[in-house]
Design a protein around this ligand. Structure first.
Ligand SMILES: [Zn+2]
Length: 160
């Protein structure tokens, strides 16, 4: 039987393959209608080495300084390579001393340092979400775009 974390990663891959695009909104000016498709880039899925295409858009608001942007589909997070549910599961397993970082790393086929970083990121994210957000995964159609924008602004303001 596979480890619960690897099963979780495979399930999240199935969700990610649906490539559900949330409402397209320019993260700089909030424009919802005046944008065009502008190529794409690829993101790795979570369990294997497959990728999905992420659509890029160009904002056509003439007063907006942003050239292009993307609206990440649920459950991709900006920059972070693990989904929310897996980050939180890792935090729980390590903090409740059910598993060592090394054991979690083996179960996820990730390095020790990746899982150590995931524990830190997951812990920070959980504290931030407690004060700011109900779970955006429960209603990605309405909440995922706003959540990923707020996430970028809170954790990676230099790359927002
Ligand atoms: Zn814009």
């Amino acid at each position: 039987m596979s480890h619960p974390l690897s099963s979780m990663l495979e399930r999240v891959d199935e969700i990610a393959k649906q490539n559900f695009t949330p409402q397209v909104v320019c993260p700089t000016c909030g424009e919802r209608h005046c944008h065009i498709k502008h190529g794409f880039y690829r993101r790795y899925l979570f369990a294997g080495s497959d990728c999905v295409k992420i659509q890029r858009y160009r904002c056509l608001n003439s007063s907006c300084p942003r050239c292009t942007f993307s609206c990440l589909p649920h459950p991709f997070l900006p920059i972070v390579r693990l989904p929310l549910c897996v980050l939180f599961a890792i935090v729980d397993m390590v903090q409740n001393a059910q598993a060592t970082i090394a054991a979690v790393a083996r179960a996820c086929s990730r390095s020790w340092s990746t899982i150590r970083r995931a524990v830190g990121t997951g812990g920070k994210l959980r504290r931030w979400m407690r004060s700011e957000w109900a779970s955006p995964c429960l209603n990605p159609a309405r909440r995922w775009s706003a959540f990923t924008r707020a996430f970028s602004f809170a954790f990676f303001p230099g790359r927002f």
